[in-house]
Design a protein around this ligand. Structure first.
Ligand code: HEM
Length: 424
C-alpha cells in the first residue's frame, strides 16, 4: 500500500463515488473537491456501505454522508437525535469495546456523561492557566522561527515548524517533560495516522498498534498523575487529579482517555492547519501580500479562512436515536450519519467562490471546529491563538518563506500533511 496518489478511473457522476473505498482517499485534492461537489448537488445525502477495517470485525449497516452545510448545522444542533455516544463519533464503524478504555473520552459520549466530563475539564482550564499558556505560545513560536532561520535555507516545514508548537504547548499544559515530547508525538501520529504505512507499516496490525499507543500514553499520564497527587503544580494534570472542582474528580480511566483525546486532538489538527495555511499562502501570493500589509489586523480573518479550507478533521460520525426528518429527508433509528465538515466548508450555497482562499472572507461560518452543539471544539481558542502567533512570527521574520509540494497523509479522517519542504 502506498500513501501517494494512484492512477484511478475518472469520476464523472456521483454514482462513481464510494467514500468507503480506501482508494478514494488517495485521489489528488482536485478530484476529492470534484467528488464532494457532486455529492452536494444530490437531492438527498448519498448512502454508503461501511468501509472494510481489518481490525474491526463487526460491520454496521452503512451511513448517510452529510455533505451540505445546512445538514451539518442541523444535526449538530440536535445531539439527542444524532448521538456521539452510541458506538462513537470518531470512527464510522462502532468502536470495539476494548478501544473505549483509551479512546472513549467525551468526544465519544453523550450528555449527561459528556456534560459532566466537559464541566470538570473546563473548570480546570482556569483563566490564570490559559493566560500562562498564551504567553508560552509566543515564546515557543519565536524559538521555532529562530531554529528555522538557523537552517539558513529551509527544512521540512511540518516536522520542524508546524508540529512543534502544538506539541510543546499541549505537553507543557499537562506537565509532560521535554524529554517525552518525541514519545507523545510518535504515539499521536500512530493514533491519527494509523492508516498511513509511514506510521503503521502493515494494515493487519493497525488495531494492535492503536491499542499499544493508547496504553503507552495512558501509562505516561498515570505516572504523572500519581506524582501530582503528592506534589501538585500549576499544570492541568494537577487540577484534574485533585478534587478541587466542586468536589468532582476524574477517575483514573477518565483521566487517561481524556489525556489521549487532548494530545491527539490538540496536536495533529493544529499542525495540519499551520501546514495547510503555509501552502495556501505560497499558492496565493496576493493573499500573502495582503496579510503582510497588516499582519495583526488581518490575522483573525486569515486564521478562520485557513481552518475553513484546511478542515483538519474531515468528519465526525453520529448515530440516529429515533426516526427523524431533517431538511426533507428521513433518518431512521439506528442508522448512522457522517458529518463531512470538510465538504460543508466548501458548500457553494454558503461560501461564495468557495474554493478561493480569501483572508478577508466575511462572514465565514465554517464548521472546521465542529458545528454548533455540545461537542464544539474545546481547544478552538487555543488553536486560533497558536495559528495566529505562528504566522505572525513567520510573516514578520521570514516573509519570503515558501512551501513546496505537500506529502499528504493517507487517511479518510484527518486532512493531513506529513512532510513539506519550505525554502526562504
Ligand atoms: C485547528 C485545530 C483544531 C481543529 C480543526 C479541531 C477540530 C475539532 C472538531 C471538528 C471537533 C468536534 C468533534 C465533534 O463534532 O464531535 C473538536 C472537538 C474537540 N477538540 Fe478540537 N480541534 C482543533 C484543536 C484542538 C486543540 C488545540 C485541542 C486541545 C487543547 C482540542 C481539543 C478538542 C476536544 C477535547 C474536543 C472534544 C469536545 C467535546 O466532545 O466536547 N482541539 N475539535
Amino acid at each position: 500500500m502506498t500513501s501517494q496518489p494512484v492512477e484511478s478511473t475518472p469520476i464523472t457522476s456521483a454514482a462513481d463515488i464510494n467514500l468507503s473505498d480506501h482508494a478514494f482517499w488517495l485521489r489528488p485534492p482536485a478530484e476529492r473537491e470534484h467528488a464532494f461537489r457532486l455529492l452536494r448537488e444530490l437531492d438527498k445525502p448519498a448512502f454508503f456501505a461501511d468501509p472494510e477495517v481489518p481490525y474491526m470485525s463487526v460491520k454496521g449497516l452503512g451511513y448517510h454522508a452529510l455533505v451540505r452545510h445546512a445538514d451539518i448545522l442541523e444535526a449538530s444542533r440536535n445531539p439527542e437525535v444524532f448521538a456521539s455516544g452510541q458506538g462513537g463519533a470518531t470512527s464510522i464503524i462502532d468502536m470495539p469495546a476494548e478501544f473505549a478504555e483509551y479512546f472513549g473520552s467525551m468526544i465519544n459520549m453523550d450528555d449527561p456523561r459528556h456534560a459532566r466530563l466537559r464541566r470538570i475539564v473546563s473548570r480546570a482550564f482556569t483563566p490564570k492557566m490559559i493566560k500562562q499558556f498564551e504567553d508560552d505560545v509566543e515564546v515557543a513560536a519565536a524559538s521555532i522561527v529562530d531554529d528555522l532561520l538557523a537552517t539558513g535555507s529551509g527544512c521540512d516545514f511540518v516536522t520542524e515548524v508546524a508540529a512543534r508548537l502544538p506539541l510543546k504547548i499541549i505537553c507543557d499544559m499537562m506537565g509532560i517533560q521535554e524529554s517525552d515530547y518525541g514519545f507523545v508525538f510518535d504515539r499521536s501520529n500512530i493514533i491519527l495516522g494509523a492508516s498511513d504505512p509511514e506510521y503503521v507499516a502493515d494494515a493487519e496490525s493497525i488495531g494492535a498498534a492503536l491499542l499499544t499507543a493508547g496504553m503507552e500514553l495512558q501509562e505516561l499520564v498515570q505516572r504523572l498523575a500519581a506524582d501530582r497527587v503528592e506534589n501538585p503544580t500549576n499544570d492541568l494534570t494537577s487540577s484534574l487529579v485533585n478534587a478541587n472542582i466542586d468536589g468532582e474528580r476524574l477517575t483514573a480511566q477518565e483521566l487517561g482517555s481524556f489525556f489521549i483525546l487532548l494530545v491527539v486532538a490538540g496536536n495533529e489538527t493544529t499542525r495540519n492547519a499551520i501546514s495547510y495555511g503555509m501552502r495556501l499562502l505560497t499558492l496565493n501570493p496576493d493573499q500573502k501580500r495582503s496579510w503582510l500589509e497588516d499582519v495583526d489586523g488581518r490575522a483573525p480573518g486569515a486564521v478562520e479562512e485557513i481552518v475553513r479550507l484546511a478542515s483538519p478533521v474531515n468528519y465526525m460520525r453520529r448515530k440516529v436515536t429515533r426516526d427523524h426528518e431533517m431538511n426533507g429527508n428521513l433518518y431512521r433509528e439506528g442508522e448512522k450519519v457522517v458529518l463531512y465538515y470538510w465538504s460543508a466548508n466548501r458548500d457553494e450555497n454558503v461560501f461564495d467562490d468557495s474554493l478561493r482562499f480569501d483572508i478577508a472572507r466575511n462572514p465565514n461560518p465554517h464548521v472546521g471546529f465542529g458545528g454548533p452543539g455540545p461537542h464544539f471544539c474545546l481547544g478552538a481558542h487555543l488553536a486560533r491563538r497558536e495559528i495566529t502567533v505562528m504566522f505572525r512570527e513567520l510573516l514578520r521574520r521570514v516573509p519570503q518563506i515558501e512551501a513546496g509540494e505537500p506529502e499528504r497523509l493517507f487517511s479518510s479522517f484527518i486532512n493531513g500533511t506529513k512532510h513539506m519542504e519550505c525554502t526562504f
